[in-house]
Design a binder for this molecule. Structure first.
Ligand SMILES: [Zn+2]
Length: 66
């Protein structure tokens, strides 16, 4: 099972999170992770939103300081 290190707001520190058994058959796409230490579940769906995965806009044309 894949384990991801994330900040757990319950533990107040970085904790290994693992994907709990998904009841909705999302499989690897299940957006839920559970803290291996305290069991708190977090949703990571927001991190997977495609429109947030890349730069929405290019920064304004950077003028080179000559
Ligand atoms: Zn925790």
């Amino acid at each position: 099972m894949a384990v991801t290190i994330r900040h757990c707001s319950t533990c107040g520190d970085e904790r290994p999170f693992e994907r709990p058994p998904c009841a909705d058959e999302h499989g690897d796409l299940c957006p839920e992770l559970a803290c291996a230490d305290c069991g708190a579940a977090i949703l990571i769906a927001a991190l997977l939103e495609p429109w947030q995965s890349g730069p929405a806009e290019l920064p304004a044309a950077s003028s080179r300081a000559a």
